[in-house]
Design a protein around this ligand. Structure first.
Ligand SMILES: NC(=O)c1ccc[n+]([C@@H]2O[C@H](COP(=O)([O-])OP(=O)(O)OC[C@H]3O[C@@H](n4cnc5c(N)ncnc54)[C@H](OP(=O)(O)O)[C@@H]3O)[C@@H](O)[C@H]2O)c1
Length: 325
């Protein structure tokens, strides 16, 4: 088992925010993986025709079905050895059934549940964080019911690309508004945060696929770089050649806004909690797992790269791979 070499990969959520970056890196990987398929909904096939056509042109097999339909999943799993899930937050729980069927399947050996974010078992307080509950439930299911299947959680911290934004409804959470060149920093802006850029999330998944023995049954903590919001601000000022308008929000103000958002069922509640966790140091490690999966600094993006992309295409633009890759 330790020698599993993924040859047939099935991806769920391949056209989503992070799924498209993961799929792009899996497709770009050299040596290439023999068979790559995505499982997607009829709605996505109809709604994102260009994206689906591009994937097909790159050799991806498109399987259309309903993620909650057992027969669709069983049929999609045939001959697949590795499943990568990048489903959205609203369908995290669906993965319990996907895992059960993978455990029963004759071919599936390895499963990557949809994580790619904040470390949900960072410390004793993590168990009570509201946005972590469904992912924790999936991990609990794996601990209690999965015997044969191997699993890997790719834990990346915040995507730098998405962190470079400022939501008008969540100003207490801080952020960066590229249009108006305005930044709101939490406390003094000197608290370090460990980031992964969206292309680097995809590279981390590929690195894990290349190193099964180091990745099996683990939460792999990967990062592109660790910087303070002040360093982010100064990189934006350097690249825009302009001084930005800066203000500060206290951690206490963020916590008050967070509590109110959850009480009111505000859509920004998750964002408040995650930005509070990041501001409290919930992304910092003595050592990451980059090295054990051979993810080298020279393969990863820098703050400079991430800011440059934010100022040009933005993360929602067409995926552009940095020159040196
Ligand atoms: N670290 C960070 O800063 C950060 C930021 C955002 C997200 N994340 C994490 O990344 C993971 C993926 O999130 P995302 O934002 O990339 O997801 P997303 O774009 O919202 O959704 C990904 C895919 O999930 C499937 N999906 C969504 N709703 C569905 C539904 N109701 N029924 C069936 N399928 C549905 C869709 O796949 P099809 O259309 O192909 O069927 C969709 O393309 C999550 O675990 C999330 O927590 C982390």
């Amino acid at each position: 088992m330790a020698s599993l070499k993924p040859t047939s990969i099935l991806i769920f959520g391949a056209t989503g925010h992070i799924g498209r970056y993961i799929t792009d890196q899996i497709l770009a990987a050299q040596p290439s993986f023999a068979h790559i398929a995505i499982f997607t909904s009829a709605g996505t096939v109809a709604g994102k025709p260009d994206h689906i056509a591009e994937l097909q042109a790159r050799g991806v097999k498109i399987i259309t079905g309903d993620v909650t339909n057992e027969l669709d999943i069983k049929s999609a799993y045939e001959g697949v050895d590795t499943v990568i899930s990048a489903v959205g937050r609203n369908v995290i729980e669906t993965q319990i059934e996907l895992l059960r069927l993978a455990e029963e399947s004759a071919s599936v050996k390895w499963f990557f549940p949809s994580e790619y974010g904040t470390d949900i078992e960072y410390g004793p307080k993590s168990v009570d964080e509201k946005p972590h509950q469904l992912k924790l439930k999936v991990r609990r299911y794996i601990r209690e019911h999965i015997k044969k299947l191997k699993y890997t959680y790719v834990v990346t911290g915040p995507y730098a690309d998405m962190f470079f934004s400022l939501s008008p409804g969540a100003l207490e959470a801080g952020g960066f508004d590229i249009k108006t060149k305005r930044a709101i920093l939490i406390e003094d802006g000197e608290g370090k945060v460990g980031f992964t850029t969206m292309p680097d999330v995809g590279k981390a998944v590929v690195a894990a696929l290349r190193h099964p023995e180091a990745s099996f049954n683990k939460a792999l903590k990967v990062q592109s770089f660790v910087v303070t919001p002040k360093q982010v601000l100064s990189e934006f000022e350097k690249q825009t050649d302009e001084q930005w308008t800066v203000s500060y929000s206290s951690l206490q103000a963020l916590k008050v806004a967070e509590e109110k958002a959850w009480e009111e069922g505000n859509g920004n509640a998750t964002s408040f909690t995650l930005r509070r966790i990041w501001a409290e140091g919930g992304t910092l490690y003595e050592k990451t797992d980059n090295e054990i999966i051979d993810l080298k600094d020279s393969d990863l993006e820098t703050l400079e790269d991430a800011v440059q992309r934010a100022l040009t295409t933005g993360w929602q633009g067409k995926i552009v791979r940095p020159q040196r890759l």
